[in-house]
Each structure stands twice: as C-alpha cells, then as structure tokens.
Design a protein around this ligand. Structure first.
Ligand code: WTA
Length: 649
C-alpha cells in the first residue's frame, strides 16, 4: 500500500453515520436531474419581495444568472425577518474581545445597528451600486457594515486587516471605492495594529475615496484628516433610524472579494445577491445541520470568504447564534479556543487545518483543561487536512463523538462545494477526504488533455455545470473571468486544484495545481510577492514559491538577485522583509529569502520558477535542457546548503 492509500482509511461506523447516507443520494440526484424544480424549492430558504421568472438563465455562458427577475434584500433576510418573530431577543452574536470582555447582540440589536449605519451611509451620499472598502478587524461593526451596505445596495469589498498599504491601495483602485470603513486599530496578540495609519498610507496612492469612517476600538491615537475622516460614533448618532431595504435584483452584485491568481494583480471575485444567499444558507444547513439552540463558531476572519459566508450571511439568514472572537487563538495562552468553547458552551466549531496543527503542537494538555462536552460537530476549511491532524481533532477535541465536516470550496464558489452532509445523510468518514459534492455540484476529474481519469488517479477537478453560489464574473475583467476559469477545459469551471476520486466515489483534494500559495489557509499569489520584490529598488530578479510546512501547509521561499548597487548591502534581507510586510502585509513575508547571483532562465529570458523550486526542495528539476544558464542551478543548490548549515548552528 502506498502512503497515500494507507491514509485513505474508513472510520468505524458510528451511530451518526448512515451507510445508506440517508436522503443524500436522492436529494443529490434531484439536484442534477431536475435542477429547476430543485432550486425552485430550495430558494424558499430566503424571503423574496418578488418571485423570480426563471431559475437559471444560461443563455450567455459562462455568465450564468440565477433566479432572474426575483427581488430581495439579504440584510432583510439576515435581520428584519427574525425581528418579526420569536428570534427578536435571540443572540445573533456573542462577541469576545481579546482581553476577555464580551458583548452579546440580539437580532433586534443588530437590526437597529444595521439601520442606523445604513442611514449614516445614505446621509454621507452612498447609493446603490457605489463601492465601499471595509478594512476592519473582528469587531461587531464589521458585520454591521456589511449588512448596512447590503441593505442599500452598496457593493462592499472587504480587505483582510492583515494586508498592507500596497495591497489595500490596489483593491481601492480596482474597485473605485468612494469610502473606506476602518478602525483606529486592531488588537492582535496583545499588540495594537495601526490600521488607520495603513489606510492613510494607501490613500496617498489612490484618488477615489472621499470619506473614511473610523471605528474607535483601541484608543490608539490616529490622524483624522479634516473633511475626509469621520468617527463611526459621530455618524450613527440617530439611534432610531429605519431604512427601507433596497429591492435588489437577484442578479445585482452583493460584494467584490479580491483573491490571488497565477498572474497579475488579485482578481475581484463578484458575487450575486439571490444565488449567493440561497447557496450559503443551503450549504450551511446541509453540511452542519445547525439547530435553533446551537451556538455556532466559525473561527475564520471576516476578511476572507469563509467569514463573509459563514460568520455573516449564512448563520444570520438561518437565524443562528454565532460566536465571534476578536483576537489570536493562542493569546493569552494556547487554550484560548478551548476556554471559549467551555465558557460559552459552543456546539459546533468550524476552523482551519493550520489552527488545528498549531494547537496540536502545544499538546493535549490544553484541551484537557476544559470541558468540551457541548461540542457536537467539528469542521475544517481552507486547505487539505492531513489524516494525523484530522485524527487529533477527532479524538482530542471531539472525543470521537463529533463528525468532522471537511469543507472544500473557494472564494469563487461562494460556499461549500464538496463536504459531508450531516443534514441529508452522513457517509462513513475518511480522514482527509471532503467526501461527496453538495447538491448541484457536479465534479469531474480530468487529465491535462481533458479525458476523465480512472478511480484513484490524480487529475484536475472541474465542475460540469453552474451552481447558485457561483461568482458572476471578475470585477472589471470579464475576459479574465472566461480565460482563467473556462478555457483550460472548454465550458467547464476549472477550480485550479488537483483531486482524486477513490473507488468508493469519495473526493480527495490534493492542493493547488497552479502557482497559487496556501499559507495557513490563506490564499496568496507567488506573483504578488515577486512583484513586491522586483519593484524594490535593490532587486533585479526574483523567483518565489511555496515550500511544504508541517504547521502552515506551505511557507513562502524567495530567491532574489540584487542589483550591483545593493551587492554589498548586508541588511538586504531584513530590508526586503520589512518592505513586503508594509506593502502586502505580514502573511506575505517569506520564511526564507536567498540572495543568489543568477536564476535559471529559458533562452528567451523567462525565469524558471519550477526549476528553482525543484532544486531548492531537493527534487529532480525535470527537463532543464532549455536552460540558458545551467550554472544558476548550482547556485540555488549552494544557497540552500548554506542556509541549512546556518540554520543548524
Ligand atoms: C484550498 C477558502 C482541500 C483549495 C474557502 C482551494 C481546500 C483554495 C479546502 C481556496 C479543503 C479550501 N480541502 N483544499 N477542505 N478548502 N482548500 O479562495 O486549494 O481562500 O482552491 O477559499 O483553498 O481558497 P479560498
């Protein structure tokens, strides 16, 4: 048995596993064979102001339009409808600050805050179709801002608060945002990150923003520019506002979320209103089957798609109570997550393999300090989970009682694409497999030439048909939308991942097939790091790639050729690190930067990143006969040897 096959073991059947998988097969079959009727029924998970005329308009592929003619508002679905019924006084969020303080906000409280802020946005001149960039930490104003934008039809673009000024400026420019919503700082591991300072720097590089709204969170002293910057608490003075929710078309955009690709600047993934709303609410229900009284904790950051879909829209549409935590999961101690689970009697925990591996490193001592018996279900997202982390999570956090819902999906899919379904019928789980597709998703695994692979053979995963949560396009770039996702395999959606389907029909996701990095579950582009390096005055050439890492999944490694003028600069590495931190943000800082005299290139002068990576990782670099400068391969080898020597000492 190969190592890979060995890890594909089936867990012993427990009472919650259903060998026949309950209704899953039947529901899935209907979603594929009678999609119109299926989605017509499923659309009732939302309240519509006006019913739609057509379930799917596929007249202009790949620009699919769902629930055409329907009118609705997602802020109405997330708050108004709950306020009119038994959920009025139910907690929507239990928010925990990094210092342990808590705030509980009911659906009624959320409704008031959303209305007040929506009114403030209107008063500041924002209107349907305008773009607003939100650059906030994990505080309650974040969901309030998202919902207030959705209420009045403003397209929001959330930028993860771990991104630097350059990354923020690019997103402001591409979206043409008129406003930025930020805070005076973010609390992270006991330190304050000066978000407002980063916004000020980004705005020096852009010209579209007229207003900056600043939430007071840390008391950090900030510069408030007269006529441009205004405090959140000064704009929401009217405590009793009501704003009619805008009747949005189902196909009106809800938000843009930038994500990394293989080439060029990050791509603005544009999501719809109706299709996205139906998809996120349906998938959360199918996969995790949350109950009315459950406490749901999605421990992601709101700045990534996981937070958009499963901290904000899906749980609120379903009327759930969510835990929201402000800070780092190891602060002040590595039992932070377990302590929160015990204190708030959390029922469902949804986190990432990196978080699990990080906490696993600290040992069982920390989870043992707490009563975790309220947990019923565990989930993971963001990267392939290795079987040993899966088992640790299963045994030490779930005490072998809680199924693990491994959800495979992407910013582009809007919500889960492949995941076990607790609500429809759970299959026997296999550690490391995301199991079966959600209803409506029809995956196939193909060879490079587009032929279907045999069971247990690795290939490229594609989806054969559109699904409601599918993004509508790339903002400002419909051509790139078509070429990146629909050209490699004509007419099929290409995910960019490798996968295997085993002989029982289970899907195993094996990581990216392109040069997109996955560092701690964060999707980053090699090209972005290379660009940041090359635009530094000292750098002539750069090659960046991901190196496998036991905890983070991958870490970033850079090989850099410096210009003559910087050849004697002994501080070059820390300088470059600092530059990347400020420009792109701390998540992008390479773990290793190697300075070399030359990089392997083709005769036409293209840097062969693939060769650098193979040589650096001690693998066979494949065909290098087209190399212009084979001596550079020895340089890469020598740099790595030197690095290992230094690291040892
Ligand atoms: C990877 C995050 C294996 C995959 C929701 C995908 C996964 C990329 C899983 C999307 C999983 C996400 N198993 N791989 N359960 N979940 N991925 O857009 O490579 O930030 O293409 O969306 O993460 O990352 P994104």
């Amino acid at each position: 048995m190969s190592k890979e096959e060995e890890s594909r073991e089936v867990l012993p059947t427990k009472e919650y596993y259903n060998p026949k998988m309950g209704n899953y097969q039947e529901v899935y079959r209907r979603s594929i064979e009678e999609p119109d009727r299926f989605w017509q029924d499923q659309s009732k998970i939302l309240d519509w102001f006006k019913g739609f005329d057509e379930v799917l308009d596929d007249s202009n592929p790949p620009f699919y339009r769902w629930f055409k003619g329907g009118k609705l508002n997602l802020s109405y679905n997330a708050v108004d409808r709950h306020v009119k019924m038994h959920r009025r006084n139910k907690a929507a969020y239990i928010w925990i600050a990094e210092n342990g303080e808590e705030k509980i906000i009911t659906y009624d409280g959320l409704y008031r805050r959303v209305n007040n802020f929506a009114k403030a946005l209107l008063d500041m001149g924002m209107k349907k179709g305008d773009r607003v960039v939100i650059y906030l930490p994990m505080i309650l104003e974040a969901p309030v801002a998202l919902l207030a934008c959705a209420r009045i039809g403003v397209i929001f673009s959330f930028v993860f608060a771990g991104f630097g000024a350059g990354a923020l400026a690019d997103r402001i420019k591409d979206s043409g945002a008129k406003m930025v919503i930020t805070s005076d700082g973010a609390n992270r591991s006991g330190k304050v990150i000066d978000l407002k300072g980063i916004v000020d720097e980004a705005l020096e590089q852009t010209s579209s923003v007229g207003t900056v709204v600043v939430v007071k969170r840390t008391g950090n002293s900030v510069n408030m520019e007269e006529g441009r910057d205004i405090w959140w608490h000064d704009v929401v003075k009217d405590g009793q506002a009501y704003v009619d929710p805008e009747w949005m078309d189902s196909t009106d955009p809800l938000y843009i979320l930038y994500t990394s690709g293989t080439t060029g600047k990050p791509k603005g993934v544009l999501h719809s209103t109706g299709g996205y709303g139906v998809w996120v609410a349906s998938t959360l229900k199918w996969a995790f089957d949350p109950q009315e009284d459950d406490r749901w904790w999605c421990a992601a950051d709101i700045g990534w798609v996981t937070g958009h879909s499963y901290i904000v829209f899906a749980p609120l549409i379903l009327g759930l109570t969510s835990i929201m935590y402000e800070g780092a999961i190891t602060y002040p101690a590595p039992d932070r997550m377990w302590e929160i689970i015990e204190r708030y009697r959390v029922n469902i925990l949804y986190t990432s393999p990196t978080a699990i591996r990080t906490l696993m490193r600290y040992g069982e001592k920390y989870p043992r300090m707490h009563d975790l018996s309220t947990l019923k279900t565990l989930g993971t997202v963001g990267e392939p989970i290795n079987p040993s982390a899966w088992k640790w999570y299963y045994e030490n956090i779930g005490y072998s009682r809680c199924p693990i819902i491994d959800t495979y999906w992407q910013t582009e899919t809007g919500g889960f694409a492949i995941a076990p379904s607790l609500n429809l019928g759970l299959p026997p789980l296999k550690p490391g497999s995301a199991t079966f597709p959600m209803p409506g998703i029809e995956p196939t695994i193909l060879t490079d030439s587009g032929k279907e692979v045999k069971p247990n053979e690795k290939g490229f995963i594609v989806y054969n048909r559109p699904w409601p949560g599918m993004f509508m396009t790339l903002y400002n770039d419909p051509e790139r939308f078509k070429s990146v996702y629909f050209e490699k395999f004509k007419g099929k959606y290409y995910c960019g991942d490798y996968a295997v389907k085993d002989s029982d029909g289970y899907y195993w996701l094996l990581g990216r097939a392109d040069e997109v990095l996955n560092v701690s579950g964060h999707r980053l582009g090699t090209i972005e790091v290379e660009d940041a390096l090359i635009t530094s005055q000292e750098v002539a050439e750069a090659a960046v790639f991901g190196k496998p890492d036991e905890v983070k999944g991958e870490v970033i490694v850079a090989f850099v050729v410096v210009k003559e003028s910087a050849a004697d600069d002994r501080d070059i590495v820390p300088k470059l690190r600092k530059r990347i931190r400020e420009d792109l943000g701390p998540v992008y800082v390479p773990e290793e930067i190697h300075i070399v005299k030359s990089l392997p290139k083709t005769r036409s002068g293209k840097i062969m990143r693939r060769v650098v990576k193979a040589v650096a990782l001690g693998q066979v670099p494949g065909d290098i006969s087209t190399l212009e400068n084979s001596a550079s391969v020895d340089e890469v080898k020598a740099a790595i040897e030197e690095f290992k020597k230094v690291a040892k000492n």
